[in-house]
Write a protein that binds this ligand. Structure first.
Ligand code: NAP
Length: 370
């Protein structure tokens, strides 16, 4: 579609509103909506927490006279009765004459149905081309929701901190700290925005990490589900993870052959356990619990298994100005893939650098959500 620079500016604002509620709307996608009449913004809204209003309804409620307005939305308005009435109907009933949307809602219960309902009601609908920068940005913004409804598994972002020579620990297992305090603060925010945080037993036991979202401003109103892939149920009862179950839920995914005594001891300590051995089983177990977005925090062994299974969607790599210098120190992926030529390497869809204190953060999407 042909867009004016005003259209682009209003869609940009709608995306900003969506970003403002990132992590707070699951299982609903975080969406932004701007209502514009005669060139003036007359209403704005973002998705409320699940069970609350969708962005379009919030924007309409904020607007005294929406008749004749254009609605700019980051996602197709819903056309079905869920926990709230269809937003497509509400927009048409309010007299909105045009809807400009960044992307179609891929959920099978919407998938163009909202646009069809709007057009039937006489509303002009403009949808961005798939490769428009704002369309891609909106699909990235809703990556957990889109991956969950289209692939039936959570979206997985692998966050790691590495030295200039690509090492994530020393060969003796020391990794404290590779990244800067600024980078670690950012990770706490990402935890708060994620449904779940995942580590392998090596990291859970070796680092004795708590994995809660701390040092966040504002203080998060919920903690992510903290998950350990621990086939032998080795996580000690004295670990920080187990001792902090009061702060937020902990799930330990064990192998089918795990010692039942160890499992029941973990459960008695307030930890949930379930069976999931392979990398795919781990994500399936999280999907079954309603997790749409998971922040994988390592280590290299579990990350390698997920990469080999094609289950890592995005990398967030902090590169610190350090050199470990030991070729036997772990990298970001344990042995998992053995391509024989660079032509066989996995190609990221793009690489965006940014500063994080003294570190450089590299944001690489391996799979941009459909
Ligand atoms: N710099 C960083 O960003 C960073 C981040 C994290 C960790 N680290 C460092 O990395 C080191 C730990 O690395 P790691 O590779 O041992 O840890 P890891 O990947 O966290 O844990 C490995 C363990 O995960 C378990 N696992 C469960 N399901 C698995 C599956 N499907 N595939 C593969 N493994 C599975 C395996 O133990 P079972 O067979 O018993 O299940 C495996 O031994 C520590 O030194 C830590 O400090 C660094």
């Amino acid at each position: 579609v042909g867009l004016t620079e005003h259209d682009v500016a209003h869609l940009d604002r709608a995306l900003e509103l969506a970003r403002g509620v990132r992590g707070g709307t699951s299982p609903n996608p975080n969406v932004g909506c701007v209502l514009v009449l005669d060139g003036l913004v007359v209403g704005e809204g973002a998705t409320q927490p699940a069970g609350g209003l969708h962005a379009e309804a919030v924007a309409l409620a904020a607007c005294r006279a929406p008749a004749g307005a254009t609605a700019y939305v980051t996602l197709e308005p819903c056309g079905h009765h869920g926990r709230t009435p269809p937003c497509a109907d509400a927009l048409a009933a309010a007299g909105v004459v045009r809807v400009v949307a960044c992307a179609v809602d891929p959920a099978p219960w919407v998938d163009g149905g909202g646009f069809a309902r709007l057009r039937e009601a006489g509303v002009v609908v403009d949808v961005l081309d798939r490769d428009h920068a704002l369309a891609v940005a909106s699909r990235k913004e809703n990556a957990p929701f889109r991956t969950s409804v289209t692939l039936g598994r959570p979206h997985c972002t692998y966050k790691a901190a590495m030295s200039l020579d690509g090492r994530t620990a020393t060969r003796t297992g020391d990794a404290r700290w590779i990244s800067s305090p600024e980078s670690r603060t950012l990770v706490h925010r990402w935890r708060a925005e994620s449904d779940a945080v995942l580590v392998g037993s090596g990291t859970a036991i070796g680092d004795d990490a708590t994995l809660t979202a701390r040092d966040c401003d504002p203080v998060p109103d919920r903690q992510p589900l903290r998950v350990v892939a621990d086939r032998a149920a080795r996580l000690p009862l004295a670990s920080r993870l187990v001792r902090s179950v009061e702060e937020g839920p902990v799930l330990v995914l064990v192998g089918a052959g795990a010692d039942p005594g160890r499992r029941s001891a973990l459960e008695a300590a307030g930890v949930e356990t379930a069976v999931a051995g392979s990398a795919a089983d781990v994500l399936a177990a999280l999907h079954a619990r309603g997790v749409q977005g998971v922040l994988l925090e390592g280590g290299a062994t579990l990350a390698g298994a997920l990469l080999a299974a094609g289950l890592i969607d995005r990398l967030a790599l902090f590169v610190a100005p350090l050199i470990v210098g030991d070729p036997l120190a772990p990298g970001i992926f344990g042995a998992a893939l053995v391509p024989e030529s660079i032509a066989g390497a996995i190609v990221a869809a793009g690489l965006e650098p940014s500063r994080s204190g003294p570190d450089t953060l590299l944001d690489a999407w391996i799979r941009i959500p459909a």
